[in-house]
Ligand binder design. Structure first.
Ligand code: HEM
Ligand code: HEM
Length: 186
């Protein structure tokens, strides 16, 4: 399997970046939309895609550890370098913590998980009232929901910095940072 070099990123890096990246943007947008408007029709999709992307994100984290981080494609200042590094850690960490906390909130809250018609975790119905679901672990489900909520907004902040940084390198510095992530040799 090809590795990243300073002039060209490996196809694995590029495919994993955009597959995870675009899915995460969709999940952030659908999550905020649902929570702000109380519209829950997108909910089963949000949960199913959120669950599936966890496995791709795990493969990506494994790839990052095996391959290291790609070296800078331009002349970054020390501050830019550090900021980019922190933002990359927040983003890649969130690709694991967002689905895990979402799962904790839902599954430990007793709501179960259905992935496009396949029941992965069953709902925890009350014995007295089979219409009602009961939490499996109330405290942990509340912790999961709180992490999911607050971390969601941290990720949105980190993502704004990430995209502004990518555009700054492309438009102002005119270096190869963005072109390299689009698969070009620089
Ligand atoms: C329109 C959206 C996006 C653009 C334009 C973009 C652009 C880029 C660029 C140009 C790089 C290379 C940086 C370098 O060489 O130092 C990069 C790396 C990276 N991006 Fe994004 N990105 C986007 C969305 C995302 C999202 C949503 C995530 C969150 C999961 C993400 C996570 C990362 C990470 C962790 C890296 C470090 C390299 C790697 O692990 O592949 N990006 N991005
Ligand atoms: C990378 C994956 C994910 C991202 C980026 C993401 C993002 C978000 C965001 C930004 C919100 C709105 C903030 C909030 O109210 O909490 C949200 C809400 C929610 N997400 Fe996720 N999510 C992901 C995966 C999941 C998974 C796997 C599940 C469950 C199996 C899930 C269940 C929920 C629930 C239940 C809500 C609504 C919370 C409420 O309004 O009470 N999410 N998500």
């Amino acid at each position: 399997m090809k590795h990243d070099t300073q002039n060209k990123l490996a196809p694995t890096t590029i495919v994993l970046h955009w597959l995870v990246g675009i899915t995460i943007i969709g999940l952030l947008a659908s999550g905020v939309y649902m929570a702000e408007n109380g519209v829950y029709t997108l909910f089963p999709w949000h949960k199913a895609f959120g669950f599936l992307i966890l496995f791709v994100a795990l493969a990506r984290v494994f790839w990052r550890f095996k391959n290291g981080w790609p070296s800078a494609a331009g002349n970054y200042t020390a501050l830019e370098h550090r900021l980019a590094h922190v933002v990359h850690w927040v983003l890649i960490g969130a690709t694991l913590l967002m689905p895990i906390s979402g799962l904790m909130g839902s599954v430990l809250g007793g709501h179960g998980l259905d992935v496009f018609g396949i029941e992965v975790f069953a709902q925890n119905f009350s014995v007295e009232d089979p219409e009602k679901t009961l939490p499996i672990n109330y405290e942990l489900s509340k912790l999961g929901s709180a992490v999911h909520f607050y971390l969601g907004y941290v990720v949105i902040g980190a993502l704004v910095l990430h995209i502004v940084g990518a555009l700054k390198h492309h438009i102002i510095d005119k270096d190869g940072t963005l072109r390299r992530m689009l698969g070009k040799q620089i």
